[in-house]
Design a protein around this ligand. Structure first.
Ligand code: ATP
Ligand code: MG
Length: 382
C-alpha cells in the first residue's frame, strides 16, 4: 500500500482531439508546482497521480492552486489482486468517519474478477460489519462516498478537495497584465490566467514620488499571482518623466487620461516584445473618472491589441470578495501610494474631448518617451 494524491481535471474533459495536448500541459504544471518536494508525478488512464512527496499537506496546498485541476483526492494505492487488502484499506479510511456512506466502484480494467455492483456490495459489507456503531449505508444521499477505482492498481479515496479549476496556464497563449498595487488588477490577471493564459506583468513606477515599498508591494502581488501562474515576469517601467511632462504640458483635467493612454501604448510595446497577444486591465465601468465609457474608449483607441477587462461589470464589493479568496487583498490594501494617485488632477474630465487630448499630446515627444521607458524598464522574474 502507498499513499498518493489523485488529481482530477475539469473542463479539459470537453476537449476532443486536443485533449492530449491539454493533459500534457497540465501534467507539466503539476510537476512545476511540486518541484523540490521529492515527489513523482505521472499520468495514467486519464488520471494524474502524485506520490512520494515529503509533505502531503503542502503538496495539496500547491496542487489545488494549479489552473486546470478540478479537485484532488488523498488516496491509497493497493495491489488490485489482493482483495482482502482493498477491504482492509477501505475500513481504515472509513472508520474515522460518522454518518451515512456508500461505496462507488469503477473499473477501467474490465477483466477484473468482480464487476462494480459486486465490488460495492462486498466492500460495503466489510466496512459496515466493522463500523456498525457509527456508519450506515445510504445509496441515495450518502454523507460520504468511498470511491474505489480499479485500474493498473486499486485506488481508494473518500475525500475530494476542490481546486481552482480553469485551464492549464500556457495553453491559451500569453497576455500582458497592467499590474498596479490596487485591488482590481491582480484579480483581473488571475481571472485571465485561469483561462489558460500565461501572464507577463507591466507596472508603472514613479520613483521618487512613489517609494521602494510601493514597488515591493507590486512585486509581492506578482509573487502571489505567480503561485497560480507558474512564475511570471514583471516589467517595472520608469514612469516619472512621462508623468512630469504630462503634468507640465497638458491641461490639468486631462492628465489622468493622457497618462492612461501612455500606459496602454507602453504595455502594447512590451506585449509585442514578449509575444503576448492581448492586454489585461482591472478596469470596471463607472468606477472612477478614467473609467467612464468615454474615457475607456479614448484609452482603448491608442492600441491595436484586444484589451481584456474581466472586471468590467463587477461591483467593487464583489472584486474585494474575489481578492480575499485568491489571497491578494491583504497585500493590495497596504497603504503605499500608487503612481496614479501622485499627480491626480482635482477635476478629471468625465466627458473628455478628443481635440483637447490631441492638443495636449502634441506637446509630447511620444516615440522618444515610450522608447526610453521600455528600454529602461527593470525586468524582475518571479
Ligand atoms: P486597481 O485597479 O489595480 O485596484 P486602481 O483601481 O487604483 O487600482 P486605476 O487607477 O483605476 O487603478 O487603474 C485602472 C487599471 O489601470 C488598473 O486596474 C491597472 O490595470 C492599470 N493601472 C493603474 N495604475 C497602474 C500602474 N501603476 N501600473 C500598472 N498598471 C496600472
Ligand atoms: Mg480600479
Amino acid at each position: 500500500m502507498r499513499k498518493l494524491l489523485l488529481v482530477k481535471y475539469g473542463e479539459i474533459y470537453l476537449k476532443g482531439l486536443n485533449r492530449p495536448y491539454f493533459m500534457r500541459a497540465l501534467v507539466a504544471r503539476v510537476k512545476e508546482a511540486v518541484k523540490g518536494m521529492g515527489g513523482r508525478v505521472w499520468l495514467h488512464d486519464a488520471r494524474i497521480f502524485v506520490s512520494d512527496v515529503e509533505d502531503m499537506d503542502e503538496c495539496i496546498r500547491r496542487v489545488t492552486k494549479v489552473f486546470g485541476v478540478h479537485s484532488v483526492c488523498p488516496a491509497v494505492e493497493v495491489e488490485k489482486d489482493n482483495f482482502e487488502e482493498i477491504c482492509r484499506q477501505a475500513d481504515e479510511m472509513m472508520k474515522e468517519l460518522n454518518g451515512t456512506f456508500k461505496v462507488d466502484s469503477r473499473r477501467s480494467d474490465k477483466h477484473y474478477f468482480m464487476d462494480s455492483p459486486q465490488l460495492n456490495a462486498k466492500i460495503g459489507e466489510y466496512v459496515l460489519e466493522r463500523n456498525e456503531d457509527h456508519l450506515k449505508v445510504d445509496v441515495r444521499k450518502p454523507q460520504h462516498v468511498l470511491n474505489v477505482e480499479i485500474r493498473d492498481h486499486a485506488y481508494l479515496y473518500a475525500k475530494v478537495i476542490p481546486a481552482v479549476g480553469g485551464m492549464p496556464v500556457g495553453t491559451g497563449g500569453k497576455a500582458a497584465l497592467l499590474l498596479s498595487g490596487g485591488i482590481d488588477s491582480p484579480v483581473a490577471g488571475y481571472m485571465i490566467a485561469k483561462r489558460g493564459l500565461e501572464l507577463v506583468s507591466v507596472h508603472y513606477h514613479s520613483f521618487p514620488y512613489t517609494s521602494e515599498q510601493a514597488k515591493q508591494k507590486v512585486l509581492d502581488l506578482g509573487a502571489i499571482l505567480s503561485e497560480y501562474c507558474c512564475g511570471m515576469k514583471v516589467y517595472v517601467v520608469p514612469f516619472t518623466d512621462i508623468q512630469m511632462q504630462i503634468h507640465e504640458k497638458c491641461p490639468d483635467e486631462y492628465t489622468t487620461l493622457i497618462m492612461r493612454r501612455y500606459m496602454m501604448r507602453i504595455a502594447e510595446k512590451i506585449a509585442e516584445k514578449e509575444n503576448a497577444k492581448a492586454l489585461i486591465t482591472g478596469e470596471s465601468v463607472g468606477q472612477v473618472a478614467s473609467q467612464t465609457l468615454d474615457a475607456l474608449n479614448m484609452t482603448n483607441m491608442v492600441v491595436k491589441m484586444p484589451v481584456f477587462r474581466p472586471l468590467i461589470g463587477f461591483d467593487k464589493i464583489d472584486i474585494i470578495e474575489y481578492a480575499k479568496k485568491i489571497g491578494t487583498y491583504e497585500t493590495s490594501t497596504l497603504p503605499y501610494e500608487d503612481c496614479c494617485t501622485v499627480f491626480t488632477p482635482k477635476h478629471p474630465a468625465t466627458h473628455p474631448k478628443m481635440d483637447k487630448i490631441m492638443e495636449g499630446e502634441s506637446k509630447l515627444d511620444e516615440e522618444a518617451l515610450i522608447n526610453w521607458a521600455v528600454e529602461n524598464s527593470e525586468i524582475v522574474t518571479l
